[in-house]
Design a protein around this ligand. Sequence first.
Ligand code: IMP
Length: 424
Amino acid sequence: MAVDLLLGLQWGDEGKGKIVDVLTSNYDIVARFQGGPNAGHTLEFDGIKHVLRTIPSGIFHDNTVNVIGNGVVIDPVVFVQELDGLDKFNLDYKKKLILSRKAHIILPTHRLLDAASETSKGKAKIGSTLKGIGPTYMDKTGRNGIRVGDLELANWKERYRNLANKHEALIGFHDVQIEYNLPELEKEFFAAVERLKELTFIDSEEYLQQAQRAGKTILAEGAQGSLLDIDFGTYPFVTSSTTTAAGACTGLGVAPTQIGEVYGIFKAYTTRVGSGPFPTELFDDAGAEMARIGNEFGAVTGRPRRCGWLDLVALKYTCQINGVTQLMMMKGDVLSGFEELKVCTSYMYKGEEISHLPYNIEPENVEPVYKTFPCWKKDLTQMTEVSQFPKELNDYIAFLEKELEIPIKVVSVGPDRKQTIHRD
Ligand code: IMP
């Protein structure tokens, strides 16, 4: 069986949590392949709203096994808080949640280093969620990291101590003052590690290979978005993992030839949280309206998200990089009250009109060129089928499909599981 992928095509927060939850009934296994607790995947069902950070969104389905792959970085403290948050749902998560031994552990000092590094950057800061993501991936590629499997070894605390000491020295190297109480943080950390060890640790690449051979269906769940990819995103304002399709291969041990459908998720407009270039960003009432109606606040940090029109140049780029086979458009309902809407179809770049994403998309280098559409006035949130869609929405979808040459198979008209319309 092929492994299907689900990816965000913008700067994250496209609504992956909701779609994984909707799709999960079709899959035996949901496997997360990168990122860590910097993600906040929001799910809504039966009047309940829940945010997941590291745990895959399939956890709410009875018969789905949830795998945390080797490409993920796990903070035991946050993870245990997440498990505690699941208690009220009466889930038997110990049976349904398994962790790769090769996933890396976020230490308390990784979080402190993240804070020291961000603070020292001043105005040039990335806008990191400060969850220790960057320093943990640095230790992974620097071959210093501590992995889930190491927690089973007798000497892991010695390795921990050496690494934490080195981190403290590095914190001191930054020219900033960071207040912290390491013994307190360590107490919490070691207690959380003991809870983590109650879960099942596996060689997840082997587990997934066997599952495929046994005919199990697998959905690989990405976090963040393609424009935050460490290589193809708006570097350096990116996260530290491979958020694009290739990340599923390295983050789960799935061969490229085993990839099936690539579901790409995008909002009908664009948002970004944190710093970095955003060519179609709006600074006027329209942007404020998108933020208000779309409730555009970060699920992890609560920070307001920057809002702007859909950037088709960037979307084409991420569709290509990922080999997207099916698109899912989120939050069309947010635009319902707008008189008209715009889509950026090209950029003016060094006096020339271009339709690809150049190396440098800072405001001084690119100016978006827009096509304007009349907006749908009708409330979409109560709609249940495509035949109810207003003409303007159908025209918008048809335009995007023609430009992207990929079918839009799902249109989401609200946060609830039920507000999901399939187009065949
Ligand atoms: P970090 O991954 O926490 O270091 O953050 C790096 C950049 O990625 C910052 O601009 C964050 O705001 C952004 N980022 C990280 N995770 C997410 C996410 O799940 N959604 C949206 N933006 C994110």
